[in-house]
Write a protein that binds this ligand. Structure first.
Ligand SMILES: Cc1cc2nc3c(=O)[nH]c(=O)nc-3n(C[C@H](O)[C@H](O)[C@H](O)COP(=O)(O)OP(=O)(O)OC[C@H]3O[C@@H](n4cnc5c(N)ncnc54)[C@H](O)[C@@H]3O)c2cc1C
Length: 472
C-alpha cells in the first residue's frame, strides 16, 4: 500500500538525516527584497476549524511562541452570536480533540456555551438483527461531544485573538502559491488582491479543493460517492435523557442522529444525490415521515442471514459472550426545526504525500472521508496535535521550522493513523451498500462478533477516539 511504502521510505530517510543547525541556512534571506511582500515564519492558508486551531496551537506552544504566524482566510469574518436555535452543522468530537481543545483554552468557551456529551452509541443494520453498541463502560469516559461548527470556530477564534504573534487576515483569497524547491528557499503566496507574502513554512489547511495541495503536485486519489449528506435539526417525539448517538445502515446510505438536548437531535443522512434532492423539496411533515420510516421500517429478512445469526448467537452464548439481543429502541421524530434542512456532497480523497520542501498539508486539504464515522475534523485536529509537537521538537533540536526530516516524521505518523482509518470508513460505506445475501451475512456476523468481544470493541473505540496518534 502506498502509505506504508511512504512510511518505510521516510523511516529510512530519517535514519540517514543529519539535523542542520539554524545557522546552516542563511538568515539574511529572511528580509524580503520586494516592497509589497511581507515575511512570516509560518503561513496557514484557510481559517476553517483545522487551520484556525493550527494557528492557535503554534502560538500556544512555548517553543514556537516567538514565531510570526499569518492565517489567511478567503471569506469575510463571521460574527458569532449565540442563537436559541441550534445550527444544523455539528461535529462529533472525540476525546483526543477535546484534549487538544482543552490544552489550547478553547474547550472552556464551549463548556460555558453548549455541547452535548455522547455516552452511548448504537449502530445497526437494516437488513439483519446485527447491532453493535458502545458505552462509557468500555472506555470509562464519554464517547464523543456534539458541538456546533460555528460555536467551535468562534471558541478557537476567541483564544486566537489573545495571541500577539498571530495575524489573521480575512477576505484574503489566495490566487496563487509558489512553492520552494529546497527548504532553504521561501514559499510565496499571492492573494487575489495582488498582495504577496513569503514564508519558511506554508501550512495548507484550505479544505477539500486545496490550492496548496494542487501546487504541490502530489497524487490525490479521490472519488465522489454520488451521495449527499442531508443535515437537519429534529425534535424528538418524547423528551428523554438524550445522550445516545444512533446510526442505522440502510441500503441507500446510513442515517445518524446525534444528541443535542433532551428533545433535539441533529440528523446526518447520506443517500443518493437524486433522492436527497427530492427530500429537500418535500414538505417538512413529509420529510419527518421519511426520517421515521428510515429509522423504523422493517426490511425483508433473509432466512440464510437469520440462520447464520442464530447460529452465531448460540455459539456466543456458549462462551458467555454478548449475544447482541439487548438492543435499545431508537427514538421517533415529531418534527423538524423549520428551515434546518441542508445537503452536502460526500467524497473520499487522500494526498499521497502531505509534505514538500517548506510545505505541509493538514485537515481536509490532506484527507476527506465519508461522515459515517464522524471522523473528518478529528483527523484534522490530530494533524494539528502532531504537527505542532514535531515543529516544536525541530526548533528545540536547533533545526529550522521547515526542516524536512521533521516534516517527514509528521507525514509518517499521520499517514500511519489516517490511512487505515480512512480505508475502514470507505470499506464500511461499500460493505453496507450491498444487499446480496453473502454480503449481508458476512457483515452481520462480523458486526455481531465485534459486539461480543470487549477487547475488539476497545481497539475500535481507541481508534475512533484518535488515541493511536500518540503512539510515536
Ligand atoms: C454532513 C457532514 C457531517 C460531518 N460530520 C462530522 C463529524 O461528526 N465529525 C467530524 O470529525 N467531521 C465531520 N465532518 C467533516 C468536517 O466537517 C470536515 O472534516 C471539516 O470541516 C474540515 O475542516 P478544515 O478546516 O480542514 O476544512 P474547511 O472547513 O473546508 O476549511 C477550509 C477553509 O479554507 C478556506 N479557503 C479555501 N480556499 C481558500 C483560498 N484559496 N484562499 C483562502 N482561504 C481559502 C475556506 O474559506 C475555509 O474556511 C462532516 C462533514 C459533512 C459534510
Amino acid at each position: 500500500m502506498l502509505s506504508f511504502r511512504l512510511f518505510i521510505t521516510s523511516l529510512s530517510q530519517n535514519c540517514k538525516h543529519v539535523i542542520p543547525s539554524a545557522s546552516a541556512v542563511s538568515r539574511k534571506n529572511y528580509s524580503s527584497s520586494m516592497e509589497n511582500e511581507e515575511n512570516y515564519d509560518v503561513i496557514v492558508t484557510g481559517g476553517g476549524m483545522v487551520g484556525t486551531t493550527m494557528a492557535c496551537a503554534l502560538a500556544n506552544n512555548r517553543r514556537l511562541e516567538d514565531k510570526k504566524v499569518l492565517l489567511l482566510e478567503g471569506s469575510a469574518k463571521k460574527e458569532y452570536k449565540l442563537q436559541e436555535q441550534y445550527s444544523n452543522r455539528v461535529v462529533a468530537l472525540n476525546q483526543e480533540t477535546r484534549t487538544l481543545l482543552s490544552s489550547l483554552g478553547v474547550w472552556k468557551h464551549i463548556e460555558a456555551t453548549r455541547f452535548c456529551p455522547v455516552r452511548k452509541m448504537q449502530v445497526w443494520d437494516a437488513y439483519s438483527d446485527a447491532v453493535i453498541t458502545f458505552d462509557e463502560n468500555h472506555l470509562s469516559e464519554e464517547l464523543a461531544y456534539i458541538v456546533e461548527n460555528d460555536l467551535l470556530l468562534d471558541a478557537i477564534n476567541k483564544q486566537l485573538s489573545e495571541k500577539k504573534n498571530v495575524t489573521v487576515a480575512y477576505e484574503s483569497k489566495i490566487a496563487d502559491v509558489k512553492l520552494p524547491k529546497m527548504s532553504s528557499e521561501f514559499a510565496t503566496v499571492q492573494l487575489q488582491s495582488g498582495k504577496q507574502y513569503r514564508t519558511r513554512l506554508l501550512v495548507g489547511a484550505d479544505g477539500v479543493n486545496s490550492l496548496v495541495r494542487k501546487a504541490m503536485g502530489v497524487a490525490y486519489p479521490n472519488w465522489r460517492y454520488d451521495q449527499l449528506g442531508i443535515v437537519a435539526t429534529l425534535k424528538l417525539s418524547e423528551p428523554t435523557e438524550n445522550v445516545v448517538a444512533w446510526q442505522r445502515f440502510l441500503p441507500t446510505g446510513p442515517i445518524a442522529l446525534l444528541p443535542l438536548t433532551d428533545s433535539l437531535s441533529s440528523l446526518v443522512w447520506s443517500m443518493t444525490s437524486e433522492k436527497a434532492k427530492e427530500l429537500l423539496q418535500v414538505t417538512e411533515e413529509e420529510f419527518v415521515d421519511r426520517v421515521n420510516e428510515a429509522l423504523w421500517r422493517d426490511y425483508p429478512k433473509n432466512s440464510i442471514v437469520e440462520g447464520g445469526m442464530q447460529a452465531l448467537r448460540q455459539l456466543l452464548a456458549e462462551f458467555s459472550l454478548q449475544t447482541g439481543v439487548s438492543r435499545q429502541l431508537q427514538p421517533s421524530i415529531a418534527a423538524i426545526v423549520e428551515g434546518s434542512r441542508a445537503a452536502f456532497p460526500l467524497g473520499f480523497g487522500h494526498a499521497a504525500s502531505y509534505i514538500r520542501p517548506g510545505t505541509v498539508l493538514i485537515g481536509d486539504a490532506a484527507h476527506r472521508v465519508h461522515p459515517l464515522a464522524g471522523q473528518g475534523v478529528n483527523l484534522g485536529f490530530g494533524d494539528v496535535t502532531v504537527l505542532t509537537q514535531i515543529l516544536a521538537e525541530a526548533v528545540m533540536d536547533g533545526g529550522l521550522i521547515n526542516d524536512m526530516m521533521y516534516l517527514e516524521k509528521y507525514e509518517t505518523l499521520r499517514q500511519r493513523h489516517n490511512v487505515p482509518t480512512m480505508l475502514v470508513i470507505d470499506a464500511l460505506h461499500r460493505l453496507y451498500r450491498g444487499t446480496a445475501t453473502p454480503i449481508v451475512l458476512t457483515r452481520s456476523l462480523g458486526l455481531q462478533l465485534m459486539n461480543a468481544i470487549p477487547q475488539v470493541k476497545k481497539i475500535l473505540m481507541d481508534q475512533a477516539a484518535g488515541r493511536t496518534i500518540l503512539k510515536f
